[in-house]
Design a protein. Sequence first.
Length: 93
Amino acid sequence: MFSFWKTPWGLATLALSGAATYFLVVEHQQHIFAFLPFLIFLACPLMHLFMHKKHRHGHNKHEEHEESKDIFQKGVEEGKRQSLISNKENNRE
C-alpha cells in the first residue's frame, strides 16, 4: 500500500511539522501551557469528526427490518400484560 509519509512531500511535511513544534515548545512554552485546556476541548470535537467518519458506509436511509418491528411489537404487548397484572395485584391489596 502506498503511504504518503514515505514520499518526498510527506517527509517534508514531517520535517516542517517537527520544526514548528520545536519552535512552539521552546520559544512559546508559556503561551502553549496557557491555552492547553482550550486545545484539549478543541481536540474532543475534532476527534469526534475524524472517528465517526468511518461509520458512513453509504447508507443514507434508516430502514427497519420486519423482524425488528415484530420484536418491538412483542415487547409492547408484554409490557401491557405486565402492567395489567401489576394493576390487578395492586387492586387486591
